[in-house]
Design a protein around this ligand. Structure first.
Ligand SMILES: [Zn+2]
Length: 274
């Protein structure tokens, strides 16, 4: 099933796309367009719809928040159609030269994305005719991820920092300690609206992100405590009565799981992060 929807909030246009092979989509992707700038490109399963929604907008530049396939899936198509520069963090540009392979679950849900070698590295800020967005590194979910912050309008484009106030699974390379540090840094900013890559928060944005922070901190603390007492990852999982989403875990060949959240904390503790 495919669901598409668009909305405007102040000068920002939000484009929402949901796709699920069987049944109703559970996770939606959002692209944002503001003053000639397109933020992210969505996943390739909805390419046709992204392309038609982007017609006539007047896209002058594109910024990619991080390399994940649900943000970069239509990058090549949109760049070719709109003949515009595409910017990303220096690390994202590097990763996109040869993006990591996707699990079956990711390919089914989002489709694949080709390598892209002509992204332009951007740091500190990106400007449009009327707005200046600070680019803030927010590693953790992905090492190359950035947020865009417009201090005068109090807009935060938070990429995948939020997603939800709790989270059920991690990719194998996510760092919970870095997510906590990035979230704390972002919460110091003055923003009213959070244009999240999956679940925009047009009101109570700070409260929602604070809830997420508390969830991550509590999870981290619980796992770290048991790890320091000598419990193994499996024992910790059992003792905290965590429930695995086996459908996602098996389909992804273990790349996406709740168990990864436990392993992430143990790795972070052992590496003394942050
Ligand atoms: Zn992501």
């Amino acid at each position: 099933m495919l669901i598409t929807h668009s909305f405007t909030h102040q000068e920002v246009l939000g484009l929402k796309f949901g796709y699920q092979t069987i049944g109703r989509p559970r996770l939606f992707s959002h692209l944002y367009f503001v003053d000639g700038l397109l933020i992210d490109t969505g996943h390739s399963r909805v390419r046709h719809h992204v392309q038609s929604a982007s017609e006539g907008l007047g896209i002058e530049q594109i910024l990619i928040t991080h390399h994940h396939e649900d943000h970069t899936g239509n990058l090549r198509a949109l760049k070719a159609r709109h003949q515009c520069p595409v910017y990303a963090s220096p690390l994202c540009c590097q990763i996109m030269h040869s993006p990591p392979p996707l699990s079956l679950a990711q390919q089914i849900t989002w489709g694949n994305r080709p390598p892209q070698r002509d992204l332009i590295p951007k740091v500190e800020r990106i400007e449009t005719h009327r707005f200046t967005f600070d680019l803030i590194p927010i590693p953790g979910h992905a090492p190359d991820m950035v947020a865009l912050y417009e201090p005068n309008r109090r807009w935060l484009f938070s990429a995948d920092l939020y997603i939800n106030s709790y989270i059920d699974y991690f990719l194998a390379d996510e760092s919970m300690a870095e997510q906590i540090a990035s979230t704390k840094r972002i919460l110091e900013l003055d923003f009213d609206v959070m244009f999240c890559g999956h679940k925009p928060q047009l009101s109570n944005a700070k409260r929602q992100l604070t809830k997420k922070l508390h969830f991550l901190e509590a999870f981290f603390q619980d796992v770290a405590t048991l790890h320091q007492r000598g419990c193994s990852d499996r024992e910790i999982f059992r003792r905290l009565s965590l429930k695995e989403n086996w459908f996602v875990r098996l389909l992804s060949g273990g790349k996406l799981s709740k168990f990864n959240m436990v392993k992430s904390v143990i790795r972070d503790v052992e590496n003394n992060l942050p």
